[in-house]
Design a protein around this ligand. Sequence first.
Ligand code: RAM
Length: 868
Amino acid sequence: MTLLVAACKTEYLTNPIGLDVLKPRLFWQLRADNRGVEQSAYHIMVASSREKLEDGQADMWDSGKVDSNASTHVQYEGKPLQSQGEYYWKVRIWDGAGEVSAWSETAFWMMGMLSRGEWKAQWIGRKSEPEALLQPSPFLRKSFEIGKKVRRAIAYATALGVYDLHLNGERIGDRFAPGWTDYNTRVQVQAVDITEKLTAGDNAFGVILGDGWYAGTVGFLGDKVYGERPFFLMQVSLDYEDGTKESIMTDRSWTTSRGPIQYSDMIKGEAYDAREELTGWHEPGYDDSSWEAPDVRSGYNGLLVAAVEPPIRITQTLKPISLKKTATGTYIYDMGQNMVGWTAVKVQGERGTMITLSHAEILNPDGTLYVDNLREACQQDHYILKGEGQESYEPHFTFHGFRYVELIGYPGEPDLDTITGKVVHSDTPVTGKLETSDAMVNQLYSNITWGQRGNFLSVPTDCPQRDERLGWTGDAQIFARTAAYNMDVSRFFSKYVWDMVDCQQPSGAFTDVAPDAGWIRHKNWNTRLNWFAPDNSGWGDAGVIIPWTLYLMYGDKRVLETHYEAMVKWVHYLKNTTDELVRPGYANYADWLSIGADTPNEVLATAYFAYSTKLLAQVAGVLGKTEDASQYQALFDDIAEAFRNAFVAEDGRIHGDTQTVYVLALQFGLLTKEQRKQALERLVADIHGRGDRLSTGFLGVGYLLPALTDNGSLDVAYKLLTQEAFPSWMYSIKHGATTIWERWDGWTEEQGFQTPSMNSFNHYSLGSVGEWMFRYMAGIEADPEAPGFQHVIISPKPGGNLSWVKASYESLYGCIKVEWSRSDEGDFRLQVEVPANTTATIHVPGQTSSVHKVGSGSYVFENVSMLN
Ligand code: RAM
């Protein structure tokens, strides 16, 4: 047999640079071609250079042979790591039979600048232009010379605002860096390896600065939420081959100018005048004698932290599928998919001609763009031609949510090649695949993933099109598990937990949006916006639910340790705002956007109080805080009892009598055995009473199908999944949806569009059914006792009209695969793949259901009769 160690990662990343974690965690995967492969021991070597490691000198850490099956989150335990140090590592493992593998390939990580004192660079920007409401984006540049051979060059860059970094005329780095954080508390630093991009002799950096979240419009909170104008900070460490070092940094020696970008705002779009282009501005040799000295900011009191969030990138491009000329002479393109990002356009025409790209998610019945739901957002980019032959344009610091693009003022006849859709989001690699025999279910899954793609942009936002795009915590928590099946969100949500913690209130309350963008202190706080409390139930609870989800899906114990106190504060806050453990209000959004069923606030608030407490007890248990664990478990039991006393009638009716009250009570474990039976009966009766339809909003929907399935009503779960009548998931699909809508009734045959004041067609919350698809329909379930899929529970639940399902999930250990099918005769076949160094418990459904405890490998169960 062959036994290999592969996919070595540090802090979830392949060869990361710029880390500031003092004890990075190491990950690897085992590859073997036989079954039941387990790791019994590992041996890690870490050295300060590749050569040393190759020579077998582990001068930083030699773990020796450690008896352990851990192959994820193995913490570095060697000598203290140095600022900007580079570390090379490899690992070998022993399997269960005591066979040792070869050493893995060498992996590495590099530390970033660890102390603030090392930062000598200054924050630079450009003074605002008087009178201009929307400011032009500053261009910054610096020429420098490289006289010796460079061994390694790393640029550490960040901004209060967003920046585009160029070196020698080439764009390097990511989009919308450094991402959105609570800038009053922290800003993330990106480390970019520029070694290969430098040339001997003259070089030049060029930077364009955007207002971003810092100074531009943030949702409906207005602009300049954090600061007046953007600033850029960069320090480049040059290590020469002769052992000498040098730094290049932002300071007064840089120059700045306005350029062709008249304005570029996330919510208001962009205007670009190509006649004002500064040709060669980011290249060496450019004459910048007419440029100004930069405006230097005196300092920054927040933290400079290594970037935790994954980079934002263009991940794919879409070609339009059709084009129509309108009566007014404009052109409307259909991208075939509601997407988020922007449009690139090619054009040729006379100097001074202005073209406009206008974006919308949907069309009016008369075929024009439906833009009413954008509220104050303007999804338009304007480009003024310079008139020098073929020109191409795409915007810089704005993004739009759209399926349709209207091209206005275009000189000549555009065709399908004239525009391209650029799909932009936090680059969280795809981990989940799901396909079934039902094309509509597949479309639903596709819509769920597009909702995630469209809304995971630095933070999990509610929507990408109107003047909102905020990190609503309730939406994020209900979708977090689905998100984690679909894509690798380990670092994305680790960063978001910091966002939540940064705006946790002194009372312990977690906020409804994170970053809170100063909402709580906002000027309109007492008037228009006072409806928004900082602590709505089902929203603030994300502060506990999301860390727990990271633990479950990735086995990330550190996130629990790091934020334990914050979670404790939240639960204490909840407790302090109760009346004998019942929470009287605190659920202003109720079961947000439920349809024809109002769940009482106090039921929701008490149920979520119980749930956060229960999770906290589990977290305490994981962290070995046994006293806390029993204390919170006891508190949970008391809340559950208070819930029953206050809300559950003798006949099992729960106050409010909505589907959501039953599913939450069932899934949060608030009921007695007898009451569970009654709750299920009432839930199913309610669903049948509505013609097999749901009524749940954001909070109930995620638990609806799981509650039915866990309690023996799988058939009802499948009916809801594939229901096509309104309200249902398939109703939107029947009407052409390619993303999940914010509201069940975003558009209906009877009413047309819902109110334009709140009607997004790209909101992921109601897509939390994706979790059920993986956990139940396909049956790939995590085990809290061996989290991160170290032990996988495979328990597929065939049902409805599905004849087959194929699903896979790329776990930290490798790929878990489930494929099931059943014939018309009722014969069921199940094929499972379990990655090395994990075990699985496979529950084969059917007439004589059976349970198999297996190690890694491929397993097939055939001819299982499903007939009863
Ligand atoms: C709206 C959005 C958002 C939701 C809040 C309560 O702004 O639908 O997703 O979380 O309301």
